[in-house]
Each structure stands twice: as structure tokens, then as C-alpha cells.
Design a protein around this ligand. Structure first.
Ligand code: NAD
Length: 292
């Protein structure tokens, strides 16, 4: 799909951060964009801000609820009769950092509800209708290097959720090809153009009360401001998220399955891991990985 003019694109988690950057890139290319998000006030602000760029609307949806996702898909197909691009990007950080044995049942329920079930529910709600339409299209699932390449010891629940996204997307991509469909799937690993100044570190703002953490963290929490300072001292700039969005669209046009500005470095990391794995050894990762 070379030309995105008038194509219909749905971006979950599109109100903020990486999703909003992606939405802006899609509008730059003439797509009609539907932002799907659970946070009504920020969704409204983002739709207002981006409407100068083209046709954009918001649909308040909780991707961890299948009913909510189905209602969203119904609205999209009633309004546009089609959907060409589905970006499953909504995600939460898991709620702080913890040793693997200190995550609580509600941490698991919330993080997997949004990051894993949310992706699966959106595929179930949108893809059969995208296939029925018989047009070319893409499903792009946002993972994380933390799940795809290097699971951080202190972010175990988030890493596990993103590993699930990566694996599921590979199944989806192969199924699209094997079944002779016109759809393609890709997995997106944000990063590689600087520090992504998003609100992921503050994901708890959207955490449902019934899934509140059962007790305060027992592990010392990371301080985002300090991490930012340390990265700035190493010369890491704040990322341009619209440019990152454009890089995703360029990679899709090139037919990439893995969308990453750091593909080479990730490949080298995986090669080192594979060597350890082939010797049945533990691939070593420090506490904070890239943040150390
Ligand atoms: N920021 C990073 O460093 C980074 C790195 C790798 C991967 N990611 C991934 O990128 C994606 C976007 O994150 P971001 O960094 O832009 O964070 P963000 O918090 O700025 O954006 C995430 C969006 O998802 C929405 N959301 C949360 N729960 C939802 C739900 N139940 N239903 C619908 N929407 C919901 C939020 O309201 C928000 O608008 C996530 O999947 C995240 O895991 C981020």
C-alpha cells in the first residue's frame, strides 16, 4: 500500500505519546485517523490539536474490555465501511518496578489486560471485517525491546506482556501470508531516535480502581527524572515522536515485519543471546539493562 490518502487508520492508545506521533504521521500522509483511547480528556485535546492536519476523530474505548472494543469496531465499520490500518499501540507500564516475585495478582491482571488481551481483542474485533473487505491492510502491534529482545529483571510483568505481543504478532503475520490474505502484520519496537518522553511512566493514571495494587511496592522505585538526567548526560536527546511515526510508515512500505530503528543492534544482541542459549546458559541482563 503505497498511498495512504483517504485510507482509514485506527490507532489505539492514540491520545498520547507514541500513538499520537503515529497519528500525526498518518494525517501528514492523508489518512483518515481514528484515535482510540481510554482517557477521554486527553483524547479530546489530541483530536482538537490534530484536526488542523486532517480528518481525525476519537472513540473512547477500554481495550482490556472485549465489549468496549467490539463497540469501537462497530462504530468504525458503520462510519467508514472499512479499516485499512490497525495499530494496536495502547499499553501500560505495569505500575512501577518490582522483583519478579513481588508483582501482585492485580499487577498481572491490569498489565496483561491492556497489553496482551487488548491486542488480541482488537484483532478479534477488527480483522475478520478487514478480511471480509478484501482490501490490502496492515495490523501493527507495538511491543518493546524489553519483551522482544532483552527482558529487564525489574520489569518482569511488562517484559512478559510484550514478549506475548511479539510472539502473537509473528503467528498473525504468518497466518495472513499462509492463508493467502491481503493483510500483513508487523511488530513495532519504539526507540532508536532518543528518549521517548511519553506518559508510560505514569500509566497508573488509567488503572481501574478494582485492579489497584493490593499493597504498596516493597522495592525501591526508579526515578524517571534521574534516568532522564543520566541519559541526557550521555548525549541522548528527546525523541521526535512524529518522525518516529513516519519511520513506521516507511518500514511498512518496505515490507518489514520488524519495525525498529535499532534493528542492527537488536540483531547483535539476539546473536549474543543465541550463543548463550545454544550453550544452555542464562543470557545475562543487569538490573536496569539499557537504563544502567
Ligand atoms: N515510552 C517508551 O519508552 C516505550 C518503549 C517501548 C514500547 N513502548 C510502548 O509504546 C506504546 C505507547 O506507549 P507510550 O510510551 O506512548 O505511553 P503513553 O502512556 O504516553 O501512551 C499510551 C496510551 O495508551 C492509553 N491506554 C492505557 N490503557 C488503555 C486502555 N485500557 N484502553 C485504551 N487505551 C489505553 C493511554 O491513555 C495512553 O494514551 C505502549 O504499548 C508501550 O508499551 C513504549
Amino acid at each position: 500500500m503505497e498511498n495512504l490518502t483517504d485510507k482509514v487508520a485506527v490507532v489505539t492508545g492514540g491520545a498520547s505519546g507514541i500513538g499520537a506521533g503515529l497519528a500525526e504521521a498518518l494525517l501528514d500522509e492523508g489518512a483518515r485517523v481514528v484515535l482510540v483511547d481510554v482517557e477521554q480528556s486527553v483524547l479530546d485535546e489530541t483530536v482538537d490539536r490534530l484536526s488542523a492536519k486532517g480528518e481525525v476523530r476519537g472513540i473512547v474505548t477500554d481495550v482490556s474490555s472485549f465489549e468496549s472494543v467490539m463497540a469501537c469496531a462497530d462504530t468504525v465499520f458503520e462510519s467508514y465501511r472499512t479499516c485499512h490500518l490497525l495499530f494496536n499501540n495502547a499499553g501500560v507500564g505495569g505500575g512501577g518496578v518490582a522483583k519478579p516475585w513481588n508483582w501482585t495478582p492485580n499487577d498481572w491482571r491490569w498489565c496483561f489486560g491492556v497489553n496482551v488481551f487488548g491486542v488480541g481483542y482488537c484483532v478479534t474485533a477488527f480483522v475478520p471485517r478487514m478480511l471480509d473487505g478484501g482490501e490490502e491492510g496492515w495490523v501493527v502491534n507495538t511491543s518493546s525491546g524489553d519483551g522482544g529482545f532483552q527482558p529487564l529483571p525489574d520489569l518482569g510483568v511488562y517484559a512478559a506482556s510484550k514478549a506475548a505481543v511479539s510472539t502473537y504478532t509473528e503467528s498473525l503475520a504468518n497466518a495472513f501470508v499462509n492463508e493467502g490474505t491481503k493483510l500483513r502484520a508487523a511488530v513495532f519496537y519504539p526507540g532508536g531516535n532518543g528518549l521517548m518522553e511519553t506518559r508510560l511512566w505514569n500509566s497508573g493514571r488509567n488503572r481501574p480502581a478494582e485492579l489497584a495494587r493490593e499493597h504498596p511496592h516493597v522495592d525501591e522505585q526508579w526515578d524517571y527524572a534521574t534516568i532522564k538526567e543520566q541519559l541526557a548526560a550521555k548525549g541522548v536527546q528527546v525523541a521526535d515522536l512524529v518522525a518516529l511515526g513516519h519511520s513506521v510508515l516507511a518500514a511498512l512500505r518496505e515490507g518489514k515485519f520488524i519495525i525498529s530503528l535499532e534493528a542492527k543492534a537488536n540483531g547483535e544482541l539476539m546473536r549474543q543471546r543465541a550463543e548463550k542459549i545454544s550453550r544452555a546458559e542464562l543470557p545475562t541482563v543487569s538490573r536496569g539493562g539499557v537504563f544502567d
